[in-house]
Design a protein around this ligand. Sequence first.
Ligand code: ADP
Ligand code: MG
Length: 238
Amino acid sequence: MSLQLTGVSKSFGSQPVLDRVSFDVERGTRLAIVGASGSGKSTLLRIIAGFEQPGAGEVRLDDRLLASATTTISAHRRGIGYVAQDGALFPHLSVRGNIGFGIPRSAAREGRIREVMELTSLDADFLDRYPHQLSGGQQQRVALARALAPDPKVILLDEPFSALDTGLRAHTRAAMTRALSQSGVTTILVTHDQEEALSFGDQLAVIAEGRLVQAGRPAEVFDAPASAEIAEFLGAAL
Ligand code: ADP
Ligand code: MG
């Protein structure tokens, strides 16, 4: 059981953005992908989520073909949750409305909303608040709760802490990492923050100019960077 990318490439017009990206994420794994701004991280997540189509290659989840140059399973049928940099909550919906958005209406719905709020350390007092009444860190936790609510197989996080000021960042990171490890869901986090990438996951991959240039356990990549560029980017010694 895994999420598998094989030779995924993407160009915008004549500009190549992803070049034959391949990797396999085992179920339950937390993978951090680190790369400079413009290296193709968001495009990669958007292809996995179903918001962009690859120009070549395949995305498979548990052997089911989700995307190729000629196939697309629509985003909401992939069983994949996505959290954007700014959370992108629905501004006109309460916390309850946001989190419940992707769950079918049923007697169990309210219970599930409360369950994922507890998981993401959100107080039940927030249920009737609106996004503008929450701090940036609380908004990101609501965004994660919304992504977790339909019980996805995979969660994708696109620089979810980068818009937060330093005071909120550590607390939000701790709460979200705890929620993800408790839920056991397969997670991919992309970030340009080296420290964040090294501390987040079981696996670390480095992306540069659209290519996956190294992958392994975080300590392995840090201790044995494959090139001077990777060493410099990670602040490691070659
Ligand atoms: P990152 O998230 O690592 O900063 P992105 O995936 O956002 O990188 O962008 C990679 C490159 O692709 C950048 O040069 C960006 O300008 C370009 N790009 C991203 N999305 C589009 C788009 N929809 N149309 C044209 N170019 C795009
Ligand atoms: Mg990005």
